[in-house]
Structure formats: C-alpha cells, structure tokens
Design a protein around this ligand. Structure first.
Ligand SMILES: [Zn+2]
Length: 227
C-alpha cells in the first residue's frame, strides 16, 4: 500500500479535531518512517527484487519492530502520546479525542498494509506472518489505492469548509498522488538497493508532508481578510 494510506489522513482531518493535514500525513506513514530508519541503520532487513509481487518489488523479510501487529499498536500509543505532549507544551488547541485519532491514523497503516502485503507482517516479533497479498494482483491493488484516496479526498472536501482555490489545489494534490502511484505500480524500473529505496521513502514521504502543509496555507490569508 502506498498512496492509499493518505486516504486516512484526508478522512481524519476535520475542523472539530483541529489536527492539521500535514500531521496526519506523518501519522499514517509513521510505521514506514520507523521502518525506513531501521533499514538504514541495518536493524530491519529488506530485499528489492524485480517482480517479487506484481505490484511491488519489496521483500520485507525482516521488519518486526516497525511492522508487527504488537509493535504497530505500541507505536500508535507512542504517537498519540507524543501528539498530546507536544500540543500541551505548545498550548495549541486540540480536542480530547485528537490523540486517539492520531493513534487510529497510525494503526490504520498496519490494516492497509495487511491487505496489500504478501505474508510478511508478523503478529509479534518475526513470527506468525500474515498478509492478504493484494500486491499479487496489480490492477486490483492499484484500483484500491486510487478508490481509497478519492474517498478520503471527497470526505475532506465535504467535512471542511475550504476556500474554492484550496479545493482546486487539494484535487490537484490528489491527482499528483495518483500520478506517483501510476509511476510506482506501472513504470518499469531497475531495482535500487535497499538503502537507496528507503532513502527514497524518507524523501518522498517528507515531500508529501510539506505539500500537505502548503495546501492548507492556501487561501488562509484571504479567509482572515474577509472574516
Ligand atoms: Zn508499511
């Protein structure tokens, strides 16, 4: 699962809980940030094999700290606590349910990975591996990613009062993510090394976080002037 994860970020963003979209963009990929970091450190292991599954080249044969069910729950609690602590310290407004929503957003990553991944997600440690393997079916997996993303964006646009200009930009951002997914799923490329692959993960995910930040700044000034 790749851009489908961001559907949860769009869907969780409401004016009521006050969580910025860029924070939710980090939350839904929190497990992959940990994974990419641990692979860079040589603690978790990855093989990049052309044609490993129809939709992905990643053979994540050892990632018990970032992607087991037990650690996914732990990381979700950790992320929720970090959000609460940072918000309290900086005095930013947040509802009581906001840390819980962060926790759910982080945990959603594991559920969506469970659908796409082959049997490489451990229940605990490196044992009892599960995964429904939708990545073995390239078109259905791609269709699911796009359907999820589109639903998330529709929810975002209906639940947030968005200036017209930002609406257009959000849809443009969605289309960019679709193009990225087309590239990832369908454009043939030679496999990078494991370290280069996870460096790419860090760079691209962070680029998307910055874009999510910028998107919500658009039209904000106009709003202040008119209100
Ligand atoms: Zn993942």
């Amino acid at each position: 699962m790749f851009v489908g994860h961001y559907s949860v970020a769009f869907a969780c963003r409401t004016e009521r809980n006050g969580i910025p979209l860029w924070v939710l963009f980090i939350a839904v990929q929190f497990l992959d940030y940990i994974w990419a970091t641990l692979v860079l450190l040589g603690i978790e292991k990855l093989r990049v094999i052309k044609g490993f599954t129809a939709g992905s080249m990643l053979d994540s044969y050892f990632h018990p700290y970032s992607h087991s069910l037990v650690t996914a729950v732990i990381w979700s609690v950790v992320a929720a606590s970090i959000y609460k602590a940072v918000c309290s310290r900086h005095g930013c407004l947040y509802t009581k349910s906001a840390p819980l929503i962060i926790g759910i957003a982080v945990f959603s990553h594991w559920i969506l990975d469970l659908i796409a991944h082959p049997r490489d997600l451990a229940i605990y440690d490196n044992t009892w591996k599960v995964g429904f393997g939708l990545w073995n079916y390239r078109d259905p997996e791609f269709a699911l990613e796009i359907a999820l993303l589109a639903s998330g964006i529709v929810l975002y646009l209906t639940r947030n009062t968005t200036p017209t200009i930002r609406k257009g930009v959000v849809i443009g951002f969605g289309l960019l993510l679709v193009i990225v997914q087309i590239g990832d799923t369908y454009v043939p490329r030679t496999p990078l090394t494991d370290k280069a692959t996870v460096m790419g993960v860090w760079v691209f995910y962070t680029l998307f976080v910055l874009m999510a930040f910028a998107v919500e700044k658009i039209g904000a000034r106009t709003k202040r002037h008119t209100s």
